[in-house]
Design a protein around this ligand. Structure first.
Ligand code: B12
Ligand code: SF4
Length: 578
C-alpha cells in the first residue's frame, strides 16, 4: 500500500525514470508514504492501471514525456473511469508547455509544469491534509501549477534511490547541472535558460557511492557538460582517478569548446571509456542563424579532428533533417563534411516541433508541416517535399542500422567508394527499401547479404574483394558461422577457418564494435575508421537486436507484466539532445 504512487512509462525498460526519483527524494515526511512504480511503453495501459490501483493510492503522479503521451492518456482515462476518487497529478516536459489543449490534462486533476522536485511535495501536502471529504474551495490547489524554479542547493539528490536491480540492468542517469544557456529553437532545453550547478563535492560523493555499489556506466543528462570548464575538468579527473577497465561515461557537450584545460584530461582516458554526444545539427551558417544556434564551425571541426586523432573518445555527432532553410543539397553537404571528420556515429535526427519550442515561428515562411501526434516530426517544408522527407527518414533509419550499429564498420565506407557519402548512401537506402520492403526487423545476416548484394551486383565491386570485408564485420559482432552467400567468394581455407570471434574490447557493446574496427586488421580497401551512426533517441550504444535483448530481470518489480519487446521500434532519428 502507498498513499502516493509515482509512475511513468519509460521509453524502454533500460531507461530509469530519473525525474520521478527526484520527486520521491524530496517528499520529506511523505516519502515513507510514497512509492515509485516504473513501466515502459510496451505495457498495456490497463495492466499498468491494475498495478497502480493495487497499491490503493490517494494520489497518483505520472511523468508525461513525448514517448508516452498516448499510452499515459489512455492510462489516465482508464484510472478515472475505474477510480475517479484518486487524485491524478501530471508532470514532465510533455505537459509543461501548451498543455491546455491536451486530452490528458483535461482528464487529470492537477498538472505541474516544469521542475516539480519541490512543487509536487507541496501539492501532496495540501491534498493529503484534507483527511475526509473535499477541501474547502479556498484551500483547493489550482489545476495548472507552474513550479517555481527550485534552488538547486535545496534539492535532495536521488542517487540512493537507484536500486541494486537498477544498477544491474538500467542506464544510470546523473546530472551535475541543469539548464542550458543556448537558445536553439528546436530544443526544449533552450527554455531552461539559467544554468544551475549542483554542489560539486556532494555530487562527487554521490558518484563515489554509486561506484562503490558497482555502477560502471554513467550517463550525464547535463545539457552542456563543457560550460563550466573548471567543473568539467574536476569531474573528468574524478573519473580518471577511479578508472577501471569497464568504466564508461557519457556526456553531451558543445563541440566548439574544448580548450587545453579539458584536452589535457580527456587525452588521458583509454579508448572506449568516454562517449561525447556533440550536437552539430547543421553545417549551414544561414540555417543555424535562422534557428538561433550559435556555433563556431572552424573550432568545431578542429575539435572533432583532435578527438578522433588524439583521443579514444567515442564521438556521437548529431545532425537534423528538415530545419528551416536547409535543402537536401545543403544537408548533404553538411553530412559529407561530418563523415569526413570521422565521428564513430552520426545521428541523423528528423526535426520535431516539441511543445513549447519557438521553432514554430518559421511555420509560415518555410511552410513547415509537422505530424500532429508525438513525436511531431516534420512531414514536409518549403524545400523538402513529403516523399523526399520519407526517403530521408529511411536514410536515417538505414544509416543507423548499417553505419551506427557498428555491425559494418569496414564495409560501410565501401558504400561510397565511387562518390560522395550522402549521395551514395541515399542510393543504397532507396534500393534497400525496395529490396527488403521494410526498415526494421532485418536480421544481421540478411542485412549483411543486402550490403554484399548492393556492393557486388548493383555497384560492380568484385565479390572476392568484398566477401572478406563483410565476413570480418559479421564476425566482429561475435558470430562464428559463415553466411552461405559469402562461401563461394572466400578462399576455401578461410571458409574452413571460420571460428569464434575475438573477444570484444572495453566499453558498451556498440561502441566496442567501433573500437574493435580500429584495433583489428586493416580494411581491405585501406579506408580510415568508420564514421557515423544514428539512433532514434535511444540508448545509443544498442542495436535493435540488443534492444530486444534488453529485458527486465525475472523477479523485477515489473516482471509479472514483462513486456514483449519484440515489437518495439524506436524508429526515426533523434537524440537525447535533439
Ligand atoms: C534520458 C532521456 C531520454 C531517454 C528516455 C528516458 C526514459 N526514462 O525513458 C531516451 C534516450 C530514450 C530519450 C529519447 C527521446 N527523447 Co529524451 N531525454 C532524456 C533526457 C536527456 C534526460 C531526462 C531526465 O532524466 N532529466 C532529468 C530530470 C530530473 O528531469 P525531468 O525528467 O524533466 O523531470 C523533471 C520534470 O519534468 C518534472 N517531472 C517529471 N516527471 C514528473 C511526474 C510528476 C507527477 C510531476 C508532478 C513532475 C514530473 O519534475 C522532474 C524533476 O524536476 C532529457 C533532457 C534532460 N536533460 O532533461 C531528454 C528529453 C526528455 N527528451 C526529449 C526528446 C525530444 C526525446 C526524443 C523524441 C529525441 C528524438 N529521438 O528526437 C526521444 C523519444 C524516444 C522515443 N522512443 O520516442 C525532450 C523532451 C520532449 C518531451 N516533450 O517529452 C528532452 C527534454 C530533450 C530536449 N531538450 O528537448 N530521452
Ligand atoms: S540543442 Fe543543445 S545547446 Fe541548443 S538549447 Fe538544446 S541543449 Fe542547449
Amino acid at each position: 500500500m502507498a498513499e502516493i504512487v509515482l509512475a511513468t512509462l519509460n521509453a524502454r525498460y533500460a531507461h530509469a525514470a530519473f525525474g520521478l526519483r527526484y520527486l520521491l527524494a524530496n517528499l520529506e515526511e511523505l516519502q515513507e508514504r510514497a512509492e515509485i512504480l516504473e513501466f515502459d511503453i510496451s505495457h498495456r495501459p490497463l495492466d499498468v492501471a491494475e498495478q497502480l490501483l493495487a497499491r490503493q493510492p490517494r494520489i497518483i503522479g505520472l511523468g508525461v514525456y513525448i514517448w508516452n503521451l498516448e499510452q499515459t492518456t489512455r492510462l489516465v482515462s482508464d484510472l478515472k473511469r475505474i477510480a475517479p476518487e484518486i487524485t491524478i497529478v501530471l508532470g514532465g516536459p510533455e505537459v509543461s508547455y501548451e498543455a491546455h489543449d491536451l486530452e490528458i490534462t483535461r482528464l487529470a486533476d492537477h498538472v505541474i509544469a516544469g521542475e516539480a522536485d519541490l512543487a509536487f511535495r507541496e501539492l501532496c501536502r495540501q491534498l493529503l491534509s484534507t483527511t475526509s471529504g473535499p477541501a474547502p474551495d479556498l484551500a483547493r490547489p489550482e489545476k495548472f501549477i507552474a513550479a517555481p524554479l527550485p534552488q538547486i542547493s535545496q534539492l535532495r539528490t536521488p542517487y540512493h534511490l537507484y536500486t541494486d536491480q537498477d544498477i544491474a540492468h538500467r542506464v544510470i542517469y546523473v546530472e551535475a547541472s541543469r539548464g542550458c544557456p543556448y537558445e536553439c529553437e528546436f530544443c526544449l532545453s533552450s527554455l531552461d535558460i539559467p544554468v544551475r550547478q549542483f554542489p560539486l563535492d556532494s555530487f562527487l560523493q554521490a558518484m563515489d557511492d554509486l561506484l562503490a555499489r558497482g555502477v560502471r556506466q554513467f550517463k550525464f543528462v547535463d545539457r552542456t557538460f563543457n560550460l563550466n570548464l573548471k567543473v568539467s575538468r574536476t569531474i573528468l579527473e574524478f573519473f580518471l582517478r577511479r578508472l577501471t577497465p569497464d568504466l564508461f561515461v557519457h556526456f553531451e557537450l558543445v563541440p566548439d569548446r574544448l580548450p587545453d584545460s579539458l584536452r589535457d584530461v580527456i587525452v588521458r582516458f583509454p579508448p572506449g571509456a568516454l562517449q561525447f554526444e556533440v550536437g552539430i545539427q547543421t553545417f549551414n551558417p544561414e540555417v543555424a542563424a535562422l534557428i538561433s544556434r550559435r556555433q563556431d564551425y572552424a573550432q568545431t571541426e578542429a575539435n572533432l579532428r583532435w578527438l578522433r586523432s588524439a583521443t579514444g573518445v567515442h564521438v556521437h555527432a548529431d545532425l537534423i533533417v528538415g530545419l528551416p532553410g536547409e535543402s537536401v543539397e545543403s544537408f548533404a553537404a553538411g553530412f559529407d563534411r561530418l563523415v569526413e571528420l570521422q565521428p564513430q556515429e552520426i545521428q541523423v535526427g528528423i526535426l520535431k516541433r516539441l511543445r513549447g519550442t519557438p521553432i514554430g515561428r518559421h511555420d509560415a515562411a518555410w511552410e513547415m508541416v509537422y505530424g500532429a501526434y508525438p513525436p511531431y516530426e516534420i512531414l514536409r517544408n518549403r524545400l523538402i517535399d513529403a516523399p523526399t522527407m520519407q526517403r530521408l527518414r529511411r536514410f536515417a533509419r538505414f544509416w543507423d542500422l548499417v553505419a551506427n550499429s557498428g555491425n559494418f564498420v569496414e564495409s560501410t565506407p565501401w558504400l561510397w567508394r565511387e562518390g560522395r557519402p550522402f549521395e551514395r548512401f541515399l542510393a543504397f537506402s532507396d534500393w534497400l527499401h525496395l529490396a527488403s520492403g521494410r526498415t526494421n526487423g532485418i536480421s544481421l545476416k540478411r542485412l549483411a547479404e543486402y550490403v554484399f548484394t548492393w556492393l557486388t551486383e548493383q555497384q560492380g565491386q568484385p565479390p572476392a574483394d568484398v566477401a572478406p570485408v563483410i565476413l570480418r564485420d559479421y564476425q566482429r559482432g561475435g558470430k562464428s558461422d559463415l553466411p552461405p552467400f559469402l562461401r563461394p567468394w572466400l578462399p576455401s581455407e578461410t571458409a574452413s577457418r571460420v571460428s569464434a570471434a575475438p573477444p570484444q574490447p572495453r566499453g558498451a557493446r556498440r561502441q566496442a564494435r567501433h573500437l574493435a574496427e580500429q584495433t583489428s586488421e586493416p580494411a581491405a580497401a585501406g579506408e580510415g575508421p568508420l564514421p557515423g551512426r544514428a539512433l532514434a533517441g535511444e540508448f545509443p550504444w544498442q542495436t535493435p537486436a540488443e534492444r530486444q535483448a534488453d529485458q527486465p530481470p525475472s523477479g523485477s518489480r515489473n516482471s509479472p507484466h514483462r513486456p514483449d519487446f519484440s515489437g518495439i521500434d524506436d524508429e526515426g532519428g533523434g537524440a537525447l539532445k535533439p
